[in-house]
Design a protein around this ligand. Structure first.
Ligand code: ADP
Ligand code: MG
Length: 485
Protein backbone atom coordinates (compact mmCIF):
# COMPACT_ATOMS: atom_id res chain seq x y z
CA UNK A 1 0.00 0.00 0.00
CA UNK A 2 2.78 2.46 0.92
CA UNK A 3 4.27 2.00 -2.57
CA UNK A 4 0.96 2.61 -4.27
CA UNK A 5 0.28 5.72 -2.16
CA UNK A 6 3.53 7.17 -3.49
CA UNK A 7 2.03 7.20 -6.99
CA UNK A 8 -0.67 9.62 -5.91
CA UNK A 9 -0.59 13.20 -4.77
CA UNK A 10 -3.21 14.23 -2.23
CA UNK A 11 -4.80 17.65 -2.78
CA UNK A 12 -6.51 19.17 0.25
CA UNK A 13 -8.32 22.44 0.91
CA UNK A 14 -9.80 23.60 4.22
CA UNK A 15 -12.87 25.65 5.02
CA UNK A 16 -12.78 26.96 8.57
CA UNK A 17 -15.67 28.58 10.38
CA UNK A 18 -14.60 30.86 13.19
CA UNK A 19 -17.26 31.94 15.65
CA UNK A 20 -16.61 35.55 16.63
CA UNK A 21 -16.66 36.62 20.27
CA UNK A 22 -18.81 39.72 19.78
CA UNK A 23 -21.25 40.54 22.57
CA UNK A 24 -24.25 40.62 20.26
CA UNK A 25 -25.23 38.73 17.11
CA UNK A 26 -24.29 39.53 13.53
CA UNK A 27 -27.56 41.26 12.58
CA UNK A 28 -29.46 41.65 15.84
CA UNK A 29 -28.94 42.80 19.42
CA UNK A 30 -29.36 39.31 20.92
CA UNK A 31 -26.67 38.29 23.38
CA UNK A 32 -24.22 35.57 22.35
CA UNK A 33 -23.04 34.21 25.67
CA UNK A 34 -21.98 30.58 25.50
CA UNK A 35 -23.80 28.14 27.77
CA UNK A 36 -26.89 30.28 28.43
CA UNK A 37 -30.22 28.50 28.96
CA UNK A 38 -31.56 27.29 25.58
CA UNK A 39 -33.64 29.78 23.59
CA UNK A 40 -33.09 32.68 25.99
CA UNK A 41 -31.07 34.72 23.51
CA UNK A 42 -33.50 34.82 20.63
CA UNK A 43 -35.46 37.86 19.54
CA UNK A 44 -37.75 38.44 16.59
CA UNK A 45 -34.93 39.28 14.21
CA UNK A 46 -33.14 36.02 14.90
CA UNK A 47 -36.45 34.25 14.32
CA UNK A 48 -37.07 36.14 11.08
CA UNK A 49 -40.51 37.40 12.06
CA UNK A 50 -42.32 39.37 9.34
CA UNK A 51 -41.65 43.07 9.53
CA UNK A 52 -38.32 42.77 11.31
CA UNK A 53 -35.11 43.99 9.72
CA UNK A 54 -31.52 42.91 10.29
CA UNK A 55 -28.83 45.45 11.14
CA UNK A 56 -25.11 44.95 10.64
CA UNK A 57 -22.99 44.61 13.79
CA UNK A 58 -20.00 46.85 13.12
CA UNK A 59 -17.71 44.66 15.27
CA UNK A 60 -18.06 41.87 12.72
CA UNK A 61 -16.60 44.13 10.03
CA UNK A 62 -13.78 45.17 12.34
CA UNK A 63 -12.95 41.56 13.24
CA UNK A 64 -13.02 40.48 9.60
CA UNK A 65 -10.66 43.33 8.72
CA UNK A 66 -8.34 42.37 11.60
CA UNK A 67 -8.11 38.81 10.36
CA UNK A 68 -7.74 39.98 6.77
CA UNK A 69 -4.79 42.20 7.68
CA UNK A 70 -3.16 39.43 9.71
CA UNK A 71 -3.52 37.02 6.76
CA UNK A 72 -2.16 39.50 4.22
CA UNK A 73 -5.48 39.67 2.34
CA UNK A 74 -6.85 42.40 0.14
CA UNK A 75 -9.81 44.01 1.90
CA UNK A 76 -12.82 44.72 -0.31
CA UNK A 77 -14.30 48.19 -0.28
CA UNK A 78 -17.91 47.44 -1.22
CA UNK A 79 -19.33 44.52 0.71
CA UNK A 80 -22.64 43.07 -0.34
CA UNK A 81 -24.65 40.52 1.57
CA UNK A 82 -26.38 37.53 0.04
CA UNK A 83 -29.10 35.12 1.03
CA UNK A 84 -28.29 31.44 0.95
CA UNK A 85 -31.59 29.60 0.98
CA UNK A 86 -32.15 26.20 2.44
CA UNK A 87 -34.66 24.56 4.69
CA UNK A 88 -33.31 23.31 7.94
CA UNK A 89 -35.04 23.03 11.30
CA UNK A 90 -32.37 25.04 13.09
CA UNK A 91 -32.44 27.84 10.54
CA UNK A 92 -35.60 29.71 11.51
CA UNK A 93 -35.47 32.28 8.69
CA UNK A 94 -35.14 29.62 6.01
CA UNK A 95 -32.03 31.34 4.74
CA UNK A 96 -28.63 32.38 5.98
CA UNK A 97 -27.26 35.89 5.48
CA UNK A 98 -23.78 35.43 4.03
CA UNK A 99 -21.54 36.87 1.33
CA UNK A 100 -21.47 35.26 -2.07
CA UNK A 101 -19.62 37.09 -4.83
CA UNK A 102 -18.10 39.87 -2.69
CA UNK A 103 -16.22 38.30 0.24
CA UNK A 104 -14.69 40.95 2.52
CA UNK A 105 -11.17 39.46 2.29
CA UNK A 106 -9.54 38.09 -0.83
CA UNK A 107 -6.23 36.34 -1.42
CA UNK A 108 -3.58 36.46 1.25
CA UNK A 109 -1.73 33.65 2.93
CA UNK A 110 -0.76 32.07 6.22
CA UNK A 111 2.70 30.73 7.00
CA UNK A 112 2.89 27.24 8.45
CA UNK A 113 5.40 24.42 8.86
CA UNK A 114 5.08 21.48 6.48
CA UNK A 115 5.39 17.85 7.62
CA UNK A 116 9.20 18.14 7.51
CA UNK A 117 9.22 21.31 9.59
CA UNK A 118 10.00 23.56 6.61
CA UNK A 119 8.23 26.90 6.07
CA UNK A 120 5.26 26.77 3.72
CA UNK A 121 2.76 29.39 2.62
CA UNK A 122 -0.89 28.40 2.41
CA UNK A 123 -2.80 30.82 0.21
CA UNK A 124 -6.32 31.84 1.04
CA UNK A 125 -9.09 32.09 -1.50
CA UNK A 126 -11.35 34.27 0.58
CA UNK A 127 -12.72 35.13 4.00
CA UNK A 128 -16.38 36.08 4.20
CA UNK A 129 -18.86 37.08 6.90
CA UNK A 130 -21.94 35.03 7.68
CA UNK A 131 -24.23 33.95 10.50
CA UNK A 132 -24.49 30.70 12.39
CA UNK A 133 -27.54 28.46 12.52
CA UNK A 134 -29.17 27.18 15.70
CA UNK A 135 -28.29 23.83 17.19
CA UNK A 136 -30.26 20.61 16.89
CA UNK A 137 -29.92 18.38 19.92
CA UNK A 138 -30.50 14.69 19.25
CA UNK A 139 -29.31 13.06 22.44
CA UNK A 140 -31.50 14.46 25.23
CA UNK A 141 -35.04 13.48 24.26
CA UNK A 142 -35.32 9.86 23.05
CA UNK A 143 -38.16 10.64 20.62
CA UNK A 144 -37.68 14.23 19.50
CA UNK A 145 -34.97 16.47 18.21
CA UNK A 146 -34.68 19.55 20.42
CA UNK A 147 -33.63 22.92 19.08
CA UNK A 148 -31.64 25.67 20.76
CA UNK A 149 -31.74 28.86 18.72
CA UNK A 150 -29.34 30.84 20.90
CA UNK A 151 -26.65 30.29 18.30
CA UNK A 152 -28.84 31.35 15.37
CA UNK A 153 -27.39 34.60 14.04
CA UNK A 154 -24.08 34.47 15.91
CA UNK A 155 -21.39 35.91 13.61
CA UNK A 156 -18.96 33.66 11.79
CA UNK A 157 -16.04 34.20 9.49
CA UNK A 158 -15.52 31.51 6.89
CA UNK A 159 -11.91 31.13 5.81
CA UNK A 160 -11.48 29.22 2.57
CA UNK A 161 -8.00 28.01 1.68
CA UNK A 162 -6.59 27.14 -1.71
CA UNK A 163 -6.13 23.38 -2.18
CA UNK A 164 -2.48 23.54 -1.15
CA UNK A 165 -2.20 20.99 1.64
CA UNK A 166 -0.56 17.69 0.76
CA UNK A 167 -1.09 15.72 3.96
CA UNK A 168 -2.88 15.68 7.29
CA UNK A 169 0.05 17.07 9.24
CA UNK A 170 0.02 20.30 7.21
CA UNK A 171 -3.71 20.68 7.84
CA UNK A 172 -3.10 20.16 11.56
CA UNK A 173 -0.36 22.80 11.61
CA UNK A 174 -2.55 25.25 9.71
CA UNK A 175 -5.42 24.81 12.14
CA UNK A 176 -3.08 25.36 15.08
CA UNK A 177 -1.76 28.52 13.41
CA UNK A 178 -5.27 29.82 12.72
CA UNK A 179 -6.36 29.17 16.28
CA UNK A 180 -3.31 31.01 17.56
CA UNK A 181 -4.04 33.90 15.20
CA UNK A 182 -7.71 34.37 16.16
CA UNK A 183 -6.74 34.25 19.82
CA UNK A 184 -3.98 36.84 19.39
CA UNK A 185 -6.38 39.00 17.40
CA UNK A 186 -8.94 38.59 20.18
CA UNK A 187 -11.75 37.87 17.74
CA UNK A 188 -12.62 34.32 18.87
CA UNK A 189 -11.75 31.93 21.67
CA UNK A 190 -10.86 29.36 19.00
CA UNK A 191 -12.14 26.40 21.02
CA UNK A 192 -12.90 23.49 18.74
CA UNK A 193 -14.67 21.58 21.52
CA UNK A 194 -17.14 24.41 22.06
CA UNK A 195 -17.64 24.78 18.32
CA UNK A 196 -15.99 28.19 18.00
CA UNK A 197 -13.63 26.72 15.43
CA UNK A 198 -15.06 24.27 12.90
CA UNK A 199 -13.38 22.77 9.94
CA UNK A 200 -14.57 21.11 6.73
CA UNK A 201 -11.94 19.28 4.75
CA UNK A 202 -11.93 18.81 0.97
CA UNK A 203 -9.79 15.95 -0.21
CA UNK A 204 -8.91 14.52 -3.59
CA UNK A 205 -6.01 12.54 -4.99
CA UNK A 206 -4.37 12.63 -8.42
CA UNK A 207 -1.67 10.52 -10.04
CA UNK A 208 1.73 12.15 -9.46
CA UNK A 209 2.54 14.44 -12.38
CA UNK A 210 -1.02 15.05 -13.46
CA UNK A 211 -2.15 18.64 -13.34
CA UNK A 212 -5.90 18.19 -13.29
CA UNK A 213 -7.37 17.74 -9.83
CA UNK A 214 -9.26 14.58 -8.95
CA UNK A 215 -12.88 14.61 -7.75
CA UNK A 216 -13.04 15.89 -4.19
CA UNK A 217 -14.88 14.62 -1.17
CA UNK A 218 -15.84 16.92 1.69
CA UNK A 219 -15.53 15.64 5.25
CA UNK A 220 -17.37 17.32 8.12
CA UNK A 221 -17.90 16.90 11.85
CA UNK A 222 -14.43 16.61 13.23
CA UNK A 223 -14.08 17.93 16.76
CA UNK A 224 -10.33 18.02 17.20
CA UNK A 225 -7.24 18.86 15.18
CA UNK A 226 -6.06 15.24 15.52
CA UNK A 227 -9.33 14.00 14.07
CA UNK A 228 -8.98 16.34 11.10
CA UNK A 229 -5.57 14.82 10.49
CA UNK A 230 -6.90 11.27 10.90
CA UNK A 231 -9.85 11.91 8.60
CA UNK A 232 -7.49 13.17 5.90
CA UNK A 233 -5.14 10.21 6.23
CA UNK A 234 -8.06 7.80 6.11
CA UNK A 235 -9.68 9.49 3.13
CA UNK A 236 -6.45 9.56 1.10
CA UNK A 237 -6.09 5.80 1.53
CA UNK A 238 -9.75 5.15 0.78
CA UNK A 239 -9.66 7.14 -2.45
CA UNK A 240 -6.41 5.59 -3.67
CA UNK A 241 -7.69 2.08 -2.93
CA UNK A 242 -10.93 2.87 -4.72
CA UNK A 243 -9.15 4.10 -7.83
CA UNK A 244 -6.63 1.24 -7.79
CA UNK A 245 -9.45 -1.28 -7.68
CA UNK A 246 -11.00 0.25 -10.78
CA UNK A 247 -13.57 2.41 -9.02
CA UNK A 248 -14.20 6.12 -9.25
CA UNK A 249 -14.36 8.79 -6.53
CA UNK A 250 -17.74 10.52 -6.52
CA UNK A 251 -18.38 13.98 -5.14
CA UNK A 252 -19.83 13.49 -1.68
CA UNK A 253 -20.13 14.97 1.75
CA UNK A 254 -18.86 12.49 4.32
CA UNK A 255 -18.74 12.50 8.08
CA UNK A 256 -15.87 11.40 10.31
CA UNK A 257 -16.59 8.69 12.83
CA UNK A 258 -14.00 9.26 15.55
CA UNK A 259 -14.66 5.96 17.30
CA UNK A 260 -13.89 3.96 14.15
CA UNK A 261 -11.40 6.40 12.69
CA UNK A 262 -13.15 6.23 9.33
CA UNK A 263 -15.40 8.39 7.16
CA UNK A 264 -18.95 7.57 6.05
CA UNK A 265 -21.25 9.01 3.39
CA UNK A 266 -23.54 11.75 4.64
CA UNK A 267 -25.04 12.92 1.35
CA UNK A 268 -24.32 13.61 -2.28
CA UNK A 269 -22.78 17.09 -2.37
CA UNK A 270 -25.14 19.87 -3.34
CA UNK A 271 -24.06 22.47 -5.88
CA UNK A 272 -24.01 26.21 -5.31
CA UNK A 273 -27.07 26.78 -7.54
CA UNK A 274 -29.15 24.61 -5.20
CA UNK A 275 -28.93 27.41 -2.65
CA UNK A 276 -30.47 30.06 -4.93
CA UNK A 277 -28.09 32.76 -3.72
CA UNK A 278 -29.43 36.26 -4.28
CA UNK A 279 -28.53 39.74 -2.97
CA UNK A 280 -29.90 40.29 0.55
CA UNK A 281 -32.63 42.91 0.07
CA UNK A 282 -32.76 43.93 3.75
CA UNK A 283 -29.15 45.08 4.09
CA UNK A 284 -27.30 47.90 2.37
CA UNK A 285 -23.79 47.11 1.18
CA UNK A 286 -21.15 48.10 3.74
CA UNK A 287 -18.37 50.33 2.48
CA UNK A 288 -14.95 49.68 4.04
CA UNK A 289 -12.66 52.63 3.32
CA UNK A 290 -8.87 52.87 3.40
CA UNK A 291 -8.82 55.10 6.47
CA UNK A 292 -10.95 52.57 8.36
CA UNK A 293 -8.53 49.79 7.42
CA UNK A 294 -5.57 51.91 8.59
CA UNK A 295 -7.28 52.58 11.87
CA UNK A 296 -7.87 48.88 12.46
CA UNK A 297 -4.26 48.21 11.49
CA UNK A 298 -2.97 50.81 13.94
CA UNK A 299 -4.91 49.19 16.75
CA UNK A 300 -4.06 45.61 15.88
CA UNK A 301 -2.87 43.56 18.87
CA UNK A 302 0.65 42.14 18.52
CA UNK A 303 0.78 39.10 16.22
CA UNK A 304 2.64 35.88 17.02
CA UNK A 305 4.93 36.26 14.02
CA UNK A 306 5.90 39.81 15.00
CA UNK A 307 6.72 38.78 18.55
CA UNK A 308 8.61 35.73 17.28
CA UNK A 309 10.77 37.96 15.05
CA UNK A 310 11.28 40.44 17.86
CA UNK A 311 12.50 37.71 20.23
CA UNK A 312 14.85 36.36 17.58
CA UNK A 313 16.27 39.88 17.24
CA UNK A 314 16.72 40.05 21.00
CA UNK A 315 19.01 37.06 20.62
CA UNK A 316 16.73 34.19 21.63
CA UNK A 317 16.97 31.01 19.60
CA UNK A 318 14.16 29.74 17.38
CA UNK A 319 13.01 27.18 19.92
CA UNK A 320 12.68 29.70 22.74
CA UNK A 321 11.01 32.29 20.52
CA UNK A 322 8.40 29.86 19.26
CA UNK A 323 7.63 28.44 22.70
CA UNK A 324 7.20 31.92 24.13
CA UNK A 325 4.76 32.92 21.38
CA UNK A 326 2.78 29.66 21.42
CA UNK A 327 0.15 31.27 23.61
CA UNK A 328 -0.74 34.93 23.65
CA UNK A 329 -0.99 35.11 27.43
CA UNK A 330 2.50 33.68 27.90
CA UNK A 331 3.88 36.09 25.32
CA UNK A 332 2.23 39.03 27.07
CA UNK A 333 3.71 38.00 30.42
CA UNK A 334 7.11 37.75 28.76
CA UNK A 335 6.62 41.18 27.19
CA UNK A 336 5.92 42.56 30.63
CA UNK A 337 8.94 40.76 32.07
CA UNK A 338 11.38 42.13 29.49
CA UNK A 339 10.11 45.63 30.10
CA UNK A 340 11.68 45.21 33.57
CA UNK A 341 14.90 43.38 32.71
CA UNK A 342 17.41 43.41 29.88
CA UNK A 343 18.52 39.85 30.50
CA UNK A 344 16.25 38.31 27.84
CA UNK A 345 17.78 34.86 27.94
CA UNK A 346 17.32 34.63 31.70
CA UNK A 347 13.76 35.94 31.32
CA UNK A 348 13.01 33.23 28.75
CA UNK A 349 14.56 30.56 30.98
CA UNK A 350 12.45 31.67 33.91
CA UNK A 351 9.22 31.45 31.92
CA UNK A 352 10.01 28.12 30.34
CA UNK A 353 11.54 26.68 33.49
CA UNK A 354 10.09 27.38 36.94
CA UNK A 355 7.04 29.36 35.80
CA UNK A 356 5.82 26.84 33.20
CA UNK A 357 6.44 23.83 35.37
CA UNK A 358 4.52 25.44 38.21
CA UNK A 359 1.63 26.21 35.85
CA UNK A 360 1.67 22.67 34.44
CA UNK A 361 1.72 21.24 37.93
CA UNK A 362 -1.31 23.24 38.96
CA UNK A 363 -3.03 22.99 35.56
CA UNK A 364 -3.19 26.77 35.71
CA UNK A 365 -3.15 29.48 33.03
CA UNK A 366 -0.50 32.16 33.24
CA UNK A 367 -3.19 34.81 33.82
CA UNK A 368 -3.63 33.30 37.28
CA UNK A 369 0.10 33.12 38.03
CA UNK A 370 0.57 34.89 41.37
CA UNK A 371 4.05 36.44 41.02
CA UNK A 372 4.24 39.68 39.06
CA UNK A 373 6.65 40.02 36.15
CA UNK A 374 8.32 42.85 38.05
CA UNK A 375 9.26 40.55 40.93
CA UNK A 376 10.59 37.86 38.61
CA UNK A 377 12.70 40.61 37.04
CA UNK A 378 14.03 41.51 40.51
CA UNK A 379 15.02 37.89 41.06
CA UNK A 380 16.89 37.90 37.76
CA UNK A 381 18.66 41.10 38.76
CA UNK A 382 19.68 39.67 42.14
CA UNK A 383 21.15 36.57 40.52
CA UNK A 384 23.00 38.67 37.94
CA UNK A 385 24.44 40.85 40.69
CA UNK A 386 25.66 37.75 42.51
CA UNK A 387 23.47 38.50 45.54
CA UNK A 388 21.70 35.14 45.47
CA UNK A 389 22.46 31.96 43.58
CA UNK A 390 20.29 30.99 40.66
CA UNK A 391 19.19 27.84 42.42
CA UNK A 392 18.14 29.76 45.55
CA UNK A 393 16.18 32.26 43.43
CA UNK A 394 14.38 29.69 41.29
CA UNK A 395 13.95 27.31 44.21
CA UNK A 396 13.34 28.57 47.72
CA UNK A 397 12.62 32.19 46.85
CA UNK A 398 10.32 31.29 43.97
CA UNK A 399 8.29 28.98 46.22
CA UNK A 400 8.13 31.54 49.01
CA UNK A 401 6.90 34.21 46.60
CA UNK A 402 4.19 31.93 45.27
CA UNK A 403 3.00 31.43 48.85
CA UNK A 404 3.10 35.12 49.58
CA UNK A 405 3.39 37.19 46.39
CA UNK A 406 3.41 40.52 48.23
CA UNK A 407 6.88 39.99 49.69
CA UNK A 408 9.78 42.08 48.52
CA UNK A 409 12.42 39.77 46.97
CA UNK A 410 15.38 41.63 48.50
CA UNK A 411 13.93 41.48 52.02
CA UNK A 412 12.92 37.89 51.46
CA UNK A 413 16.46 36.88 50.51
CA UNK A 414 17.78 38.40 53.73
CA UNK A 415 15.10 36.79 55.87
CA UNK A 416 15.73 33.43 54.28
CA UNK A 417 19.45 33.88 54.82
CA UNK A 418 20.20 33.42 51.13
CA UNK A 419 22.39 36.45 50.48
CA UNK A 420 25.66 35.31 48.98
CA UNK A 421 28.94 36.71 50.21
CA UNK A 422 30.36 38.36 47.17
CA UNK A 423 31.94 41.21 49.05
CA UNK A 424 35.66 40.61 48.68
CA UNK A 425 36.61 41.65 52.22
CA UNK A 426 34.47 39.06 53.94
CA UNK A 427 35.34 36.38 51.42
CA UNK A 428 39.06 37.01 51.64
CA UNK A 429 39.13 35.76 55.24
CA UNK A 430 37.70 32.44 54.12
CA UNK A 431 40.19 32.29 51.27
CA UNK A 432 43.13 32.85 53.58
CA UNK A 433 41.80 30.28 56.04
CA UNK A 434 41.33 27.72 53.28
CA UNK A 435 44.87 28.14 51.97
CA UNK A 436 46.32 28.08 55.49
CA UNK A 437 44.58 24.77 56.16
CA UNK A 438 46.42 22.97 53.31
CA UNK A 439 49.98 24.34 53.04
CA UNK A 440 51.30 21.20 51.23
CA UNK A 441 48.46 21.39 48.72
CA UNK A 442 49.37 25.00 48.05
CA UNK A 443 52.91 23.85 47.22
CA UNK A 444 51.54 21.12 44.93
CA UNK A 445 49.32 23.67 43.21
CA UNK A 446 52.32 25.95 42.68
CA UNK A 447 54.20 23.00 41.23
CA UNK A 448 51.53 22.71 38.56
CA UNK A 449 48.67 20.67 39.99
CA UNK A 450 46.01 23.21 38.99
CA UNK A 451 43.20 20.72 39.61
CA UNK A 452 43.57 21.45 43.32
CA UNK A 453 41.62 24.66 42.83
CA UNK A 454 38.46 22.66 43.46
CA UNK A 455 39.69 21.61 46.89
CA UNK A 456 40.32 25.22 48.00
CA UNK A 457 37.00 26.33 46.57
CA UNK A 458 35.20 23.58 48.44
CA UNK A 459 36.78 24.76 51.66
CA UNK A 460 35.82 28.40 51.01
CA UNK A 461 32.24 27.39 50.31
CA UNK A 462 32.18 25.33 53.49
CA UNK A 463 33.57 28.16 55.60
CA UNK A 464 31.01 30.59 54.17
CA UNK A 465 28.16 28.24 54.92
CA UNK A 466 27.44 27.87 51.20
CA UNK A 467 26.86 31.56 50.79
CA UNK A 468 30.00 32.57 48.93
CA UNK A 469 29.39 33.67 45.36
CA UNK A 470 31.34 30.93 43.55
CA UNK A 471 32.44 33.21 40.72
CA UNK A 472 33.93 35.82 43.00
CA UNK A 473 35.42 33.24 45.36
CA UNK A 474 37.16 31.36 42.56
CA UNK A 475 38.73 34.58 41.32
CA UNK A 476 40.00 35.47 44.78
CA UNK A 477 41.46 31.99 45.42
CA UNK A 478 43.35 32.11 42.15
CA UNK A 479 44.61 35.64 42.85
CA UNK A 480 45.92 34.60 46.24
CA UNK A 481 47.65 31.53 44.85
CA UNK A 482 49.31 33.62 42.14
CA UNK A 483 50.58 36.01 44.82
CA UNK A 484 52.23 33.22 46.75
CA UNK A 485 54.30 32.15 43.78
P1 ADP B 1 -17.45 23.99 -3.56
O1 ADP B 1 -18.01 24.79 -4.67
O2 ADP B 1 -17.69 22.54 -3.65
O3 ADP B 1 -17.71 24.57 -2.21
P2 ADP B 1 -14.94 25.34 -3.73
O4 ADP B 1 -14.31 25.54 -5.06
O5 ADP B 1 -15.65 26.50 -3.13
O6 ADP B 1 -15.86 24.07 -3.78
O7 ADP B 1 -13.80 24.87 -2.74
C1 ADP B 1 -14.06 24.51 -1.47
C2 ADP B 1 -12.77 24.03 -0.85
O8 ADP B 1 -12.32 22.86 -1.52
C3 ADP B 1 -11.61 25.00 -0.95
O9 ADP B 1 -10.88 24.97 0.27
C4 ADP B 1 -10.77 24.46 -2.07
O10 ADP B 1 -9.41 24.76 -1.89
C5 ADP B 1 -11.01 22.99 -1.98
N1 ADP B 1 -10.92 22.28 -3.25
C6 ADP B 1 -11.39 22.66 -4.44
N2 ADP B 1 -11.17 21.71 -5.36
C7 ADP B 1 -10.53 20.69 -4.74
C8 ADP B 1 -10.04 19.42 -5.13
N3 ADP B 1 -10.18 18.96 -6.38
N4 ADP B 1 -9.46 18.65 -4.20
C9 ADP B 1 -9.34 19.07 -2.93
N5 ADP B 1 -9.77 20.24 -2.50
C10 ADP B 1 -10.36 21.06 -3.38
MG1 MG C 1 -17.61 26.75 -1.80
Amino acid sequence: MEDILKNYEPVIGLEIHVQLNTLSKAYSSDATEYGAMPNTQVNMISLGHPGTLPRVNEKVIEYAVRLGIACNCTIRERNEYARKNYFYADLPKGYQITQDTTPICNGGYVEIKDADGKDKKIHLTRIHMEEDSGKSIHDIDPFNTLIDLNRAGVPLLEIVSEPEFRNGQEAYNYLAEMRKLVRYLDISDGNMEEGSLRCDVNISVRPVGREKFGTKVEVKNMNSFRNVQKAIDYEIKRQVELIESGGEVVQQTRTFDAARGSTMVLRAKEDAHDYRYFPEPDLQPVIVREDYISRVKDNLPPLPKELFNKYRELGLNEYDASLLTESKEVALYFENLISHTGNYKAAANWIMGPVKSYLNDKAMHIEAFPITAEKIAQLIEMVDAGKVSNSAASGEMFRALIENPDQDPATLAKEMNLIQESDAGALMEHVHAALAKYPEKVEEYKAGKKGLLGLFMGEVMKLSGGKADPKVASKLVQQELEKQQ
